[in-house]
Design a protein around this ligand. Structure first.
Ligand SMILES: Cc1ncc(COP(=O)(O)O)c(C=O)c1O
Length: 464
């Protein structure tokens, strides 16, 4: 498939899209990164903004100097830009700056837990552990089930809402799955949650970099009460994430982290906590993360998230169509073109362990993928249909290799040529399984290690 000028333009936007790496046959080729769901490379515009801002960089909310005042102003303005990006309410919502989605969800869980632990959190069987473990131990947690294809069952969600009627504090659901790529109908879910007097939290880690999201007005039945996402998954590294939600929810709780910058006055007799979002941002805020996130938002919005989504959707559908013709390759989500999904898919190749397949793709093709359970253990276990006995067997038996999946996840800069290279290599592996299994077996590990060692040495030589 030939690339058009738009794909070339998108590719030109990120840093390192064509970084050369050595591969098994001794040649060098541009590394192919199909692990964008884990983290994306930075946008060039983000790096430019960081450098442009650097001369003005100073402490946030902690100084009377001009640079500190300017940095603090920039930091506050970034909250408004983030709110507009997701259509949060300018007055009723707050943007709490965190280090990533995981921290955002933990803050929300601790904050809401203060309201009474008799309440129920309804999560789902398709969550990343970041939207599962923080709720446990603070609330009763139950889960809406998935259907036979791994999609969230809205019927099950309604049954759970009915079962716990009046007790559900929050429905905590992912906007898009990091395993199957399914996009959940978050507004329909919000409407259902509200009907039962619950609020809704959307884990936007995999959704926000790929699709436009609208939190909708507070008086809408489809309003999303809380949303979290990470900068490093949307081309803006530097350690920033956000939790956005109703200001009132954070007003009366104890701050989760405690330290400087969160209280108006602390005496030995009383503490007067600051108002949200400040009371949830103990310690010096991360100014560079805010600069990076705003720059990424500007670039993604400038292109148009719908445009990005369409481009990535066509790309993943092309990959899926190609994968379906590879002998022994099994896909772990619905392959239909009209399925609402972000640009990722997980699969297995019969007879080749997921770890070995990921190693082969990396060493033979310079193709980075993720393998394993993707921090969504219960979901992958369900998709693989592992029984409790299976789990115990693999978990307890020495040298038994736990089953898992291989995932490709695309970013806006990936292209058809890269997909063709993946498909060609997968085909080659599928048709020469025994050869590759021998080559990458335990006894051949030394060779793999030496290639990886070479990569490490090469990168050390390049790093300052
Ligand atoms: C769906 C989902 N939620 C939450 C997270 C956690 O994101 P972070 O590691 O940025 O906190 C991830 C990370 O992969 C994810 O895929």
């Amino acid at each position: 498939m030939r690339e058009d000028s738009f794909a070339t333009y998108l590719r030109s936007l990120v840093v390192g899209a064509d970084t050369p790496v050595s591969i098994a046959n001794g040649s060098r080729r541009a590394a192919i990164n199909f692990d964008n769901a884990a983290t994306t490379p930075p946008l060039k515009s983000v790096m430019r903004e960081i450098v442009r801002f650097a001369p003005w960089y100073a402490s946030i909310h902690r100084g009377a100097g001009v640079k500190s005042i300017m940095s603090s102003e920039m930091f506050e303005q970034s909250r408004d830009i983030i709110k507009k990006f997701v259509h949060a309410d300018a007055d009723k919502d707050v943007v709490i700056c965190t280090k990533n989605t995981t921290e955002s969800i933990n803050i929300l869980a601790y904050t809401l837990a203060g309201c009474g632990s008799e309440e129920v959190i309804l999560s789902t069987d398709m969550e990343h552990l970041a939207n599962d473990l923080p709720w446990q131990g603070k609330f009763k947690v139950d889960y809406a089930a998935i259907d036979g294809c791994g999609r969230l069952s809205l019927e099950s969600l309604r049954q759970q809402l009915t079962k716990y009627k009046g007790k559900v504090r929050l429905v905590a659901v992912t906007g898009a799955s990091n395993v199957t790529g399914y996009i959940n109908p978050v507004h329909t879910i919000a409407q259902m949650a509200h009907e039962y007097g619950a609020e809704v939290f959307v884990d936007g880690a995999q959704l926000v970099p790929h699709c436009a999201i609208d939190m909708k007005p507070h008086d809408s039945a489809q309003h999303i009460d809380y949303l979290a996402f990470s900068g490093h998954k949307m081309y803006a590294p530097f350690g920033g994430g956000v939790l956005i939600g109703r200001k009132g929810a954070f007003e009366h709780s104890e701050p989760v982290y405690k330290g400087g910058g969160i209280a108006k006055l602390v005496t030995r007799r009383f503490i007067d906590w600051d108002s949200p979002p400040y009371k949830e941002e103990a310690g010096t805020p991360n100014a560079m993360a805010a600069v990076a996130m705003v720059a990424a938002i500007r670039k993604l919005s400038g292109i148009g998230l719908n445009v990005i989504h369409d481009y990535e959707h066509n790309l993943i559908c092309y990959a899926i169509a190609g994968m379906r013709s590879i002998p022994g390759l099994e896909l772990y989500s619905c392959a239909a073109k009209n399925e609402k999904r972000v640009s990722l898919i997980s699969f297995t190749l019969q007879g080749i362990h997921h770890k070995m397949l990921a190693d082969i793709l990396s060493v033979e093709g310079g193709i980075s993928v993720r393998n394993g359970l993707f921090c969504a253990h219960p979901y992958v276990i369900k998709l693989l249909k592992l029984s409790d006995d299976d789990i115990d067997y693999y978990y307890n038996k020495p040298n038994a290799r736990f089953p898992g999946l291989v995932r490709i996840s695309l970013g806006l800069y990936n292209n058809y040529r890269e997909i063709d290279m993946l498909l060609e290599l997968l085909h080659r592996i599928a048709c020469n399984r025994d050869y590759y299994k021998r080559k990458y077996s335990e006894s051949a590990k030394a060779r793999l290690k030496s290639i990886q060692q070479e990569w490490l040495l090469a990168s050390r030589r390049k790093l300052p």
